[in-house]
Design a protein around this ligand. Sequence first.
Ligand code: TXA
Ligand code: MG
Length: 318
Amino acid sequence: MPGSDIGTAARWLQQGEVVAIPTETVYGLAASMYSRSGIEKIFKVKNRPLSNPLIVHIASIDQLAGLVQDIPEIACQLAVACWPGPLTMVLPKTNQVDPLITAGQSAVAVRVPAHPVTLSLLQDLGFPLVAPSANKYNYISPVTAVAVEEMLGEEIPYILDGGPCTVGIESTIVAFDGNDSVRILRRGGITEEQIAKVTGRPVTQFSEGILHPGKSQKHYSPSTPLFILREWTDLSVIPDELSSVALMMFSDRFEQAPVSRKVKLSVSGDLSEACSRMYNTLYELDKEGHDLILAETFPDEGLGRSLNERLYKAATHR
Ligand code: TXA
Ligand code: MG
């Protein structure tokens, strides 16, 4: 049930229950990092395999100390520059972090979310919260309390409503090779350009073989088939017999496409606005029950790259 009472959310969490919480990126499904039963319930409610680790959410940089060790200088610089905000850092864990949280790995993912409601909740609780996105495994992440209620409402005792998420896609996840470079494991709300500017170090992409969120083939997907549109000729992939095709656009390139429904993510061509609207647009189009959703790719820069990564993982046809 949705509500805006931080005290109610705190009571459920103190009892080892799960609660949906607002963040600036997407809604999370939270439990105390010290409650085994709460953590197990997260995996159960999401249908998520235990091999997929969880992000630990902390109130401020001060809470890092007991959770991680050997923090490289460039990680400190990033924490100071980007927290609270959509950046998650993977760092070697201490034994305070239950292996259930890290799927048995020796490193833990941590971030300080930039949402006033969740920051107050974390401060009141005094302990960190583990939270994956509040969707069923591999489905679109929810960016409103209503979407969480529709997806998980029956299975969780409380949804803390903090309004629509302002960033609208998940955090960027990074790992470090000492102080030499920053490795992006998942693109997200903080751009590569921002990371390079703060650290002055090379930013590299994840390599195969390490556990990262793109490992499973499909992710962030609507139930409706999703095709990606790069250029006009890609429209030829639409089978003739389809009666209802929706198109999610960023530019004017596909304005004349012969489809039944069009949504433009930002009239002014602003990538931040498009980012804040993309998941909810896909979610609403999915509910409308079209035969096919077409999604136009974004410019290959800044948040556009993060959005393209999401589209590629969600797509049935690339
Ligand atoms: O913006 C976000 O990051 C949202 C909000 C709620 O904070 N959370 C989120 O969590 O997107 P989730 O679980 O849906 O995605 C986090 C990804 C997982 O797919 C997992 O593979 C990766 O982070 N991850 C978590 N811990 C990790 C670790 N120790 N090492 C490598 N990857 C990790
Ligand atoms: Mg997720």
